[in-house]
Write a protein that binds this ligand. Structure first.
Ligand code: AHR
Length: 495
């Protein structure tokens, strides 16, 4: 069946928060250390310890928000160990991730420096699992209080006179698991208590995010909304695409079509999860004041052979790129509730944008999707209708094409399209309702003939966006497009 898409160019369907394109960087494996932080004395060119090549690549993504320091690490992190003269900072064991020494050289000041260099908003995740309320209260005071106080004075003594601006603050992480193994009822009470002391100092206004559910734990969402809904601005959700499941994780490369299919199918499950968690939230928050914050998502494969199993280092292929595209379409479809999403993780961990090896760096296919899709950030979603055929493997099917469309402030329209079928092209009739002028159409495509095509340090440009020449029959009514098998295409319509 050919695909028919009707985009209502005059029917706005809600603003796409740019924070949907957020990131997550944890003290895990080589994400922070090596991937971002190399230290001022490193032979790798750096700005105050942060590697320049990674900075430049990330700047090009216009990252709107960066979550730190974890993850599971957050609930073992004691922020006071990470401020003051670096050589005097406490060395601790990163028990959860590989049992390696954490020298605390990347701490609060370095994180805010990174955010300032990237022009990104910080999102700090506080420690509920093993930290005290006082510790959390003092961290907020240290970061945001402008005046005389023990923590503000300490910050100044450590070289930062003015407080930082901080909006996003997470009160714990995965408190049903590594963040304390709590029951929903218990965490709801803990959340109420901890968040009381997460204060707004001066004109700094915090957006408080409660630790949310794992995958389809709707009881968790129900309990949190019922017991603590009015005390939160956001509630998180974590869901990973893990073909084979966590016990039998599959390799990131060298997979067959069945694994390709399972991966796409799992990625698309995000739609159902968001819809159902949102429905629970609607019961307590019909006006959608509380944002759903999908602050961990992405693929989780077996680690690369020979690497530390606790470092979660995996390669990244065209398959990951499709997973990213499908997720963005889901998030954008639910932009009335999804305020933020953060891919796990930015560098060298899980579904990374960037891989590094010593002085070398490469951009993954996932990076290119973030770059191609950034046109959607803060744009107005457009209402659309999609009729597409099935992509079938065995008895199972998923829709072949997925799409999202948005309008920028200047009227430019961007339409992103994913074809998940690794063998079949997708001819698409794209109807454009409500146009007044015939558009100038340009496009870019990310595709490859090999399902597991990926970039390596030797061949870093195997999967990169190319100009798209599959558009024909442009008129006031619409246009025709032929999508390549397993491809991601972004069309831009200018007037
Ligand atoms: O992203 C890796 C880990 O996955 C995070 O630390 C944790 O929150 C989740 O289980």
């Amino acid at each position: 069946m050919n695909t028919t898409i009707t985009v209502n160019t005059d029917l706005p369907a809600g603003k796409i928060s740019r924070h949907i394109y957020g990131h997550f960087a944890e003290h895990l494996g080589r994400c922070i250390y090596e991937g971002i932080w190399v230290g001022e004395d490193s032979p790798i060119p750096n700005t105050r310890g942060i590697r320049n090549d990674v900075l430049e690549a990330l700047r090009n993504l216009s990252i709107p928000v960066l979550r730190w320091p974890g993850g599971c690490f957050a609930d073992e992190y004691h922020w006071k160990d990470g401020v003051g003269p670096r050589e005097q900072r406490k060395r601790m064991v990163n028990t959860h991730w590989g049992g390696v020494v954490e020298n605390n050289h990347f701490g609060t000041h370095e994180f805010f420096d990174l955010c300032e260099l990237l022009g990104t908003e910080p999102y700090i995740c506080g420690n509920v699992g093993s930290g005290s309320i006082q510790e959390m209260q003092e961290w907020v005071e240290y970061m945001t209080f402008d005046g005389e106080s023990p923590m503000a004075n300490w910050r100044k003594a450590n070289g930062r006179e003015k407080p930082w601006k901080l909006k996003y603050f997470g009160v714990g992480n995965e408190n049903w698991g590594c963040g304390g193994n709590m029951r929903a009822e218990y965490y709801a009470d803990e959340y109420r208590r901890y968040q009381t002391y997460v204060r707004n100092y001066g004109d700094n206004r915090l957006y408080k995010i409660a630790g949310g559910a794992n995958t389809d734990d709707y009881h968790w969402t129900e309990t949190l909304m019922q017991q603590a809904g009015p005390l939160m601005d956001g509630l998180s959700l974590h869901y990973y695409t893990v073909p084979g499941g966590f016990e039998l994780k599959r390799p990131a490369l060298g997979f067959d079509e069945a694994e390709w299919f399972e991966t796409m199918q799992q990625a698309l499950r995000m739609d159902e999860l968001i819809a159902r968690h949102s429905t629970v939230m609607d019961k307590y928050d019909p006006n959608k004041r509380v944002g759903l914050i999908v602050d961990e998502w992405g693929t989780w494969f077996r680690v690369e052979p020979g690497t530390n199993p606790g470092f979660l280092y995996q390669q990244n292929s065209l398959r990951d790129a499709l997973v990213a595209g499908l997720h963005f379409h889901v998030f954008q479809r639910h932009c009335d509730r999804v305020h933020m999403a953060n891919i796990a993780q930015t560098v060298n961990v899980l579904q990374a944008m960037i891989l590094t090896e010593g002085v070398n760096m490469l951009l993954t296919p996932t990076y290119h999707v973030f770059e191609m899709f950034k046109v959607h950030q803060d744009a107005e979603a457009l209402a659309l209708h999609l009729e597409t055929g099935e992509y079938r493997v065995g008895d199972e099917t998923i829709p072949q094409v997925s799409v999202s469309a948005s309008k920028r402030a200047d009227g430019t329209i961007d339409i992103s399209l994913c074809n998940v079928d690794p063998k079949g092209e997708a001819p698409v009739a794209l109807r454009l309702r409500g146009l007044k002028d015939i558009p100038q159409v340009s496009g870019r495509v990310l595709a490859h003939a090999d399902m597991s095509a990926h970039n390596t340090f030797e061949q870093p440009e195997t999967v990169v966006p190319q100009p798209f020449d599959g558009v024909t029959d442009i008129s006031l009514e619409g246009l025709s497009v032929t999508l390549a098998p397993m491809s991601i295409t972004v069309l831009t319509l200018r007037f």
